[in-house]
Design a protein around this ligand. Structure first.
Ligand code: COA
Length: 296
């Protein structure tokens, strides 16, 4: 109604109202592009074209993961689960040097066993939430991914690294072991022998080596890192969302104790068959057109 009135006044030649109209549309567009979500002290978040980008924002500490950051990361990931506008997520680090250089070592001083249990369980809960997300999550690894940083990248479904990225689990240098799932996910990704080597030596490896081991999916030029990740997610977002979530579920079933992943696949395959997207996908193929999936 307001819009119609402003348009009418503008047609009548009231230039002042043209300005109001412009401001209004800028507001509407900015709200559409960057659907406002909670702001965080340790993270930057942006939602654009269905992709939630979470940037770890402690550049001066090489994006070390302190307690507040872990809590905020969990809250930011809730947006991925709960916001229908969000179809996928990228996690990256601020600045040219680090994705995340590990848990914040400054917070380790004087830690008791009970606090150690609490810290590890809290990290596990957040990283599991990332891993189990029904929507795809990519780690855009833009530099050091050490300790908890490497564990965070491993909790994501896909890892794309920039040429300067470095990976490692150096916890043994501090007299501890990984506490955010690293001993498990590293074995899953690169196998037992190489995982033992990296976990026992605390060595850091470069992006090319990480790709050779299967720790990262691809290595790209630093300047194009985010663009490559976005393009990959747009490609995935063009597929049937329920099918994508079932792929995630079935792959995870492989690693769950007491669950036969083949049974999970039979179950989820049949669940996909009863979706509208399955009908749309098969019709589109037969009619030689691009499928338009609705996630139903
Ligand atoms: N926790 C807390 N602070 C960290 C950190 C971490 N994991 N990693 C880096 N920082 C801080 C440094 O203390 C320094 O802070 P300051 O400027 O206030 O002194 C700042 O980030 C820059 O790091 P710096 O060590 O000066 O950079 P560098 O380029 O010389 O070295 C690393 C980079 C990554 C090799 C080195 O910072 C490092 O080894 N970090 C710890 C890695 C680790 O063990 N992670 C596992 C933790 S469980």
């Amino acid at each position: 109604m307001l819009c119609l009135l402003l348009r009418h006044l503008e047609r009548k030649g009231y230039k002042f109202f043209r300005k109001i109209l412009c401001i209004r549309w800028v507001l509407v567009l900015s709200q559409r592009k960057n659907i406002i979500m909670k702001t965080f002290q340790t993270l930057l978040t942006e939602i654009s074209e269905g992709i939630l980008t979470i940037t770890i924002n402690r550049e001066e500490k090489l994006n070390a993961l302190n307690a507040q950051l872990i809590v905020e990361l969990g809250e930011a990931i809730d947006e991925l689960y709960n916001n229908d506008e969000v179809k996928a997520c990228i996690i990256t680090g601020k600045g040219p040097k680090a994705f995340a250089a590990g848990a914040d070592i400054a917070e380790f001083k004087g830690m008791s066993k009970e606090q150690g249990i609490f810290l590890a369980k809290r990290g596990h809960a957040v990283f599991n939430k990332i891993e189990l997300s029904p929507k795809p999550v990519i780690a855009a690894v833009n530099g050091f991914a050490l300790g908890g940083g490497c564990e965070l990248a491993m909790a994501c479904h896909i890892r794309i690294a920039s040429e300067n990225a470095k990976f490692g689990q150096p916890e043994v240098n501090l007299g501890i072991i990984p506490g955010y799932g690293g001993t498990q996910r590293l074995v899953q990704l690169i196998g037992k022998g190489k995982a033992f080597e990296l976990l026992m030596t605390g060595d850091t490896i470069d992006a090319v080596c990480a790709e050779r081991l299967g720790l990262v999916n691809d290595v790209v030029q630093t300047v194009e890192l985010l663009e490559v990740c976005r393009a990959l997610l747009h490609k995935i977002n063009g597929k049937a969302p329920i099918a994508i979530s079932k792929v995630i579920e079935c792959v995870h079933a492989h690693f769950k104790d007491g669950i036969d992943g083949f049974d999970t696949e039979i179950e989820e395959f049949s669940n996909c068959v009863s979706t509208e997207d399955f009908t749309e996908g098969t019709n589109a193929f037969l009619e030689k057109r691009k499928a338009s999936f609705k996630g139903k």
